[in-house]
Each structure stands twice: as C-alpha cells, then as structure tokens.
Design a protein around this ligand. Sequence first.
Ligand code: SF4
Ligand code: SF4
Length: 187
Amino acid sequence: MSDTISFRQEIANLLYASEGEPLNTCIQCGTCSGTCPVAPYMDYTPRQIIALINQGKKEEVLQSNTFWYCASCYHCTVRCPQDINITDLMYALKRYSIWKGQHKEGLIGPTFSEAFVKMIVRGGRSFEPVLAPSYIFSFGMRELLLEVQGATELLLKGRLPLLPPRIKRLDNFKRMLGRIIPMGGLE
Ligand code: SF4
Ligand code: SF4
C-alpha cells in the first residue's frame, strides 16, 4: 500500500473526525453556491471547490481565491441538505494553504494570516502595527493617511502600545500551540 495520501484525503483529514467523510456526501446540488454572498467574486464557487477537491485538482484549488474570499457567514453550512460544514472546509483550506506555502499571488488574506499566526506564536497577543503592513498599502492614499492618523491618535492617548505585548508563561502557550497546529516554518 502507498504511504502517500491523496490531496482529497489530506483535506478530508483536516475536517473534524466526528463529521466522518463529508466531502464524499456532496451531491453537487449548488445550494451553497446559490446562497454564498461572495460567490460572484470567487474563482470557483463553493460547489466547484468541493468537486475540484474530489477530483484531486490540488493546483486549481490552492491557486484560487475562493477560500480567502470566504466571509465565514455560515449561510452555505446551514442550508446544505447534506449537513456539510462548508465554512469549516474553507478554514481548513486556508490552514492547508499556509502550511504548504502555496497560494494565489496578490491576495491580502495569506499575507495577513501568516503575519497574524507568527505574531501570536511569538508573543501570544495581537499587535495592530505588525499586522497593518499586510493590508494597509492595498488601500488608496486617502485611506492610508486616515489609518496613520487614527493610529497616531491612539498612540498619543496610550491606547496603542509602542512594543508588542507578551503574555505570561509564553513557553507553555507555545508548547500547547505546537500540539494543535502544524508550525512548519512559522516560528
Ligand atoms: S449545498 Fe452541500 S450538497 Fe449541495 S453542493 Fe453545496 S456542499 Fe454539496
Ligand atoms: S461561509 Fe463562506 S463560502 Fe459559505 S456562504 Fe458564507 S462566504 Fe460563502
């Protein structure tokens, strides 16, 4: 028997074990795509993404914007006649994409997510100035200036720390994280 597992099985393994093999039960009815408010902006609709995963089309899936555009609204999940948790699937694809370092170029989502996870792993807390460069330059000049103005006001009022905060017992926190997420090259 081969030691390598298929792309479809890798993604299925990232979903909750208690849900069995949800991707197998998709009947391609399209309810999720018809329900999704973001579908018109996605390279592939949620229904198409499931079909591509089941066909093992890893490159097409990872190079799409679909899961990065998902707004986590859960409309698809509550309406799926097969009770497939499509929202969780979108989260699983984001994790997989970051883990493998494969994603479509030019999207804010992967850069933001990677910066966020690295920051949490290092200090245990979110720190806006570290996150801002991952998206702030995609705004127009006016928005950029407004963001800088807002940050300056927060800083002057002592609402924005100068240095990234760190939680207590950071080593314990890192050990816990190491058990639940594949760290890859994130540390
Ligand atoms: S609504 Fe459910 S069963 Fe229908 S295509 Fe979407 S995931 Fe598949
Ligand atoms: S959870 Fe994501 S994929 Fe599902 S309907 Fe909302 S935006 Fe679309």
